[in-house]
Write a protein of this length. Structure first.
Length: 403
């Protein structure tokens, strides 16, 4: 198969942008960004993932004095270091360290207290896939990572306040229909309850094209293993490139006022169907496809696949729990500033609940999950109680039941 240039493919067929969506805002704010980052100490949690590592690359252009990166993915940290150290154009501060640990671990707290203070703290550690919604165990793990650990970390930060704290959100937090989106909406409300006490911002944004674990990134692995590809033909999404994902987080972190939620200014016509991307992917790869009637049909045809044969692809209608066929970044109740930035919108009136109310909501969830007498439906009902806009879509099917 003809190997394609993935960054060029993203620019040409997915985002259809020759340069970054955020280039003008970055250029217009070059001095402000330099003043806020140059020489400063930076801590990035979840920095081995696609968005976290892209954020690191964006920040390094302004030459921070110290960079610590924490992630549970030891191999990911190794590759991040190789990427940074191998690029002749990338500045890496003398005090650069990576730690394979969870930010909820006691050893993380020891490191944080001994090696701080940190001027800039960004948290990208998250369960980010709708796929993670399966049963009570997977949902509890998601809430633990996305909400409870974030809350514990904020309590730690209260005595060691950074100049900037950023925690990544998702477009799926706007009118959530899945538990992942609801967990990130709850995370937003948790961090906003601290926003009067420290500088806190977040960002919702689109799918990151070819990000780690994404459907599109899986295409490359399937091709290497001569396995068929499956794709929903009725789902469309907004997309940003990996580089853009790091840039929007940097801009939100450094330029935002506390309590603000940033999002990319994208129009509905910029959404792209996964099916169209799939067809363009094979066109760019100079290989025809063979549309199959089912997963079994696709897997059977892959068994006899030879170089140059049409590649087996199965297109299906989406029918899994929590699947939203479109994307949105804000709701009718949000006060939105569309004028301050060329490429960024800002939600100005994010709910800032009293801390005791947030504590009560989390206690409800914790008590339920510690009771031993609960299921997925019970967790969803408690989330609905605290998130009025949460309208869960339940079909009884999980993405883990599909290719």
């Amino acid at each position: 198969m003809h190997l394609i240039d993935i960054p060029n493919f993203i620019n040409t067929y997915i985002t259809k942008r020759k340069e970054s969506l955020f280039l003008k805002d970055i250029e217009d704010n070059h001095k402000r960004l330099t003043d806020k980052i140059a020489g400063k100490s930076v801590l990035v949690i979840g920095g081995a993932g696609t968005i976290g590592s892209s954020y690191i690359k964006a920040v390094l252009k302004y030459k921070p004095g110290k960079l610590f990166v924490v992630d549970t993915n030891e191999n990911g940290l190794t590759e991040l270091t190789r990427v940074l150290r191998s690029d002749a154009h990338t500045f890496v501060p003398d005090d650069y360290r990576t730690y394979p640990m969870s930010f909820g671990d006691p050893v993380f707290k020891k490191m944080f207290l001994a090696e701080g203070p940190f001027h800039i703290v960004a948290n990208f550690a998250a369960h980010k896939h709708v796929r993670s919604e399966k049963d009570k165990y997977s949902i509890e793990a998601m809430l633990e990572n996305n909400v409870f650990k974030a809350k514990e970390f904020l309590d730690l930060l209260m005595d060691h306040k950074p100049e900037h704290f950023f925690c990544v959100s998702t477009d799926k937090a706007a009118n959530p229909v899945n538990v992942m989106g609801a967990s990130k909406k709850l995370m937003e409300e948790v961090i906003m309850s601290y926003s009067k006490d420290m500088q806190i911002t977040t960002a919702r944004f689109a799918n990151v094209a070819f990000s780690n674990g994404s459907l599109l990134a899986g295409y490359i692995e399937r091709l290497f293993q001569n396995q068929p590809i499956s794709c929903p033909d009725d789902v469309q999404r907004f997309f940003v490139s990996p580089e853009e994902s790091g840039q929007i987080c940097m801009l939100a972190c450094m330029l935002g006022q506390t309590g603000e939620i940033f999002f990319p200014k994208l129009e509905a016509e910029q959404m792209v169907y996964f099916k169209d991307i799939t067809l363009d992917f094979f066109k760019a790869s100079k290989r025809p496809i063979l549309e199959c009637l089912s997963e079994e049909d696709a897997k059977t045809k892959a068994l006899t696949l030879k170089e140059g044969d049409p590649y087996p692809v199965y297109f299906f209608k989406s029918d899994t729990s929590g699947e939203k066929l479109y994307e949105e970044f804000f709701t009718e109740q949000d006060q939105v500033d569309q004028d301050s930035y060329a490429s960024l919108g800002v939600i100005k009136n994010a709910r800032q609940l009293p801390r005791h109310q947030i504590d009560a909501s989390l206690l409800d969830l914790r008590s339920l999950m510690d009771s031993g007498n609960y299921d997925k439906t019970a967790i969803v009902e408690v989330l609905k109680k605290h998130l009025p806009n949460f309208e869960h879509i339940e079909t009884g099917k999980s993405l883990d039941q599909k290719m």
